[in-house]
Structure formats: structure tokens, C-alpha cells
Design a protein around this ligand. Structure first.
Ligand code: G
Ligand code: G
Ligand code: MN
Ligand code: NA
Length: 253
């Protein structure tokens, strides 16, 4: 109840921040993008994880406001980053109720307009359950965003009732392999075979594949061998503050 009461406006009071976790291209061996991850430093209760406060924001009806703040803050930050030939991409998590609320297209368009971020650099990370949800406007809204040039990633693939057949029908550009999927890829031949199949199908559909939660060199090696294009995880880099990210990129990552 305290969190519910304190959350609205926490962003205007400077209590929220955005961390950035690098996404690495396995073929180019460099950072090609980042995923924005929200943090709330509550003045009395300390750090509150997004898994806790995002659902509160949804129930309190302030998810749109919160997400606009997150999108804008992350976009402004990414525009200051040094980069090579291709500017870094920005992944932002979008929750189910924001998609359901019908303001997503307007909110994203407003942020792109306000910041000047090229739509092609933005990747909205959305779970399969959300993309498959009943509301017919969901498909319409996602299509509108993609027509604007914004990319869509299927987040947490391999957790829900994900099926390979669905992949051909979903309006997506990127597939993010869930942590749970990556966990055994170096030790379990079945996990490896599944990974190879997903990479092959994704390739045929023109989707980029990002493996999430990579924690060991053995996992990374197995993913590379399976032909996975991109990876993200504590082994490569933790979610970090903008300044630390700039330092990492300046060192030529
Ligand atoms: O960073 P961490 O592992 O604590 O993130 C936990 C969850 O919070 C993840 O599922 C992530 O998608 C979600 N999350 C992080 N930042 C945002 C955000 O800006 N918006 C939404 N809707 N979810 C977020
Ligand atoms: O649901 P989503 O994929 O958006 O959640 C991303 C979450 O995964 C973030 O909270 C981030 O902190 C976490 N994360 C990132 N890299 C790793 C990792 O290597 N291991 C684990 N266990 N979690 C990770
Ligand atoms: Mn995500
Ligand atoms: Na994920």
C-alpha cells in the first residue's frame, strides 16, 4: 500500500533511474545495442525491483506515464553514446497493460518526436502472451508502430507456451531467448538442438536472435556454435549506469 501510494510521481522526484545492459554481436564481437532496465530507489524502503513496482504502476493506472518517462530518459541517454559505423539500438520493455491501454502508439511517437531518436533504433520488448492477446487493436497498434519503423522483440521466448509455429505469425523483428533456455545449452544436447532449431527458423523468418542471461563462457561458446547472432548477460556485462556504459564503449567494446 505504501509503494502504491508513493509510486505516482516517483520519476519526477528523481527516485527512478534507468540502467543499461549491453547487447553484444557474436560475429562482430562488439556492443550493438542496450536494454533499458528501470530501478526505483525508494527514500525509506531502499531499492524496489521492477518486477514489484511495474505491476503496481499497472494497477494504479500510471503505467503509461511511467513508461513515457522511461522511454524518454533511455532515448536521451542513448543519443549521447559514442558508437562505430552503426548507432546503438535501444531495447525497452513494454508491459501488457500498456499495450492493452491503447496509448502505446501515441506514447512512442511522442517520445521519438521529443528526442529525435530514429525509430529504427528503438526495439520494443514485448512478451508472447501480450503479442498473442485477444484485443484486436493489439495487432493493429503493433503494426502501426512497425510502419513507423520501430522494431519489436519477442521477449522471454521459451518460457510461456511458446511454439515455433507462432513465430511465423507474430509481428516481430527480434527473438529474445529466455535465460531458462540458455541455462543448459552447453551441457544438454536437447537444449542445444532446440537452440539450433530456433536459430534456423528465426534466420528463415529474417529475425535476429538475442540470447539472454548468458553467464558462462561455455554457454556463450555453445550459442555461438548454434549460430546465435547476439547475446546479453552477466558474463558480457551487467546492467549499468550511463556513465559506466560510456566508459565501456570508450574502451572499444
Ligand atoms: O532488471 P530486472 O531483472 O530486475 O527486471 C525485471 C523485470 O522488470 C523484467 O521482466 C523487465 O522486463 C521488467 N522491466 C524492467 N524495466 C522495465 C520497463 O521500463 N518497463 C516495463 N514494463 N518493464 C520493465
Ligand atoms: O524479462 P526481461 O528479459 O526483460 O528481464 C531481463 C532481466 O534479466 C533483467 O532484470 C536483468 O537484470 C536480468 N539479467 C540480465 N542478465 C542476466 C544474467 O546473466 N543472469 C540473470 N540471472 N539475470 C540476468
Ligand atoms: Mn527484456
Ligand atoms: Na527476457
Amino acid at each position: 500500500a505504501q509503494l502504491r501510494e508513493d509510486l505516482p510521481g516517483a520519476w519526477d522526484r528523481g527516485e527512478l533511474s534507468v540502467l543499461f545492459q549491453p547487447v553484444v554481436s557474436l560475429s562482430e564481437r562488439r556492443v550493438t545495442g542496450v536494454e533499458a532496465l528501470l530501478r526505483w530507489q525508494h527514500p525509506r524502503l531502499g531499492e524496489v525491483p521492477p518486477a514489484e513496482f511495474v505491476p503496481i504502476a499497472e494497477r494504479a493506472g500510471v503505467i503509461g506515464e511511467l513508461q513515457r518517462w522511461a522511454l524518454e530518459t533511455a532515448a536521451e541517454a542513448v543519443l549521447t553514446l559514442p558508437h562505430g559505423p552503426v548507432p546503438l539500438r535501444l531495447g525497452v520493455n513494454i508491459s501488457a497493460s500498456h499495450v492493452a491501454a491503447r496509448t502505446l502508439v501515441r506514447d512512442v511517437a511522442a517520445v521519438l518526436q521529443a528526442t529525435g531518436l530514429a525509430p529504427e533504433r528503438l526495439i520494443l520488448e514485448i512478451t508472447e502472451a501480450t503479442l498473442m492477446s485477444e484485443g484486436e487493436h493489439v495487432t493493429v497498434d503493433i503494426e502501426a508502430l512497425r510502419l513507423m519503423g520501430v522494431h519489436v522483440a519477442l521477449d522471454d521466448f521459451g518460457t510461456g507456451r511458446s511454439s515455433l509455429a507462432h513465430l511465423t505469425r507474430l509481428p516481430i523483428d527480434v527473438l529474445k531467448l529466455d535465460h531458462a533456455f540458455v541455462l543448459r545449452v552447453d551441457r544438454d544436447p536437447k537444449a542445444r538442438a532446440l537452440c539450433e532449431s530456433v536459430v534456423a527458423i528465426a534466420g528463415a523468418l529474417g529475425l535476429d536472435v538475442v540470447a539472454e542471461g548468458v553467464e558462462t563462457p561455455a554457454q556463450l561458446g555453445a550459442l555461438r556454435a548454434a549460430g546465435c547472432g547476439f547475446a546479453q548477460g552477466f558474463l558480457l556485462a551487467r546492467p549499468m549506469r550511463l556513465l559506466d556504459l560510456v566508459g565501456m564503449l570508450d574502451e572499444g567494446a
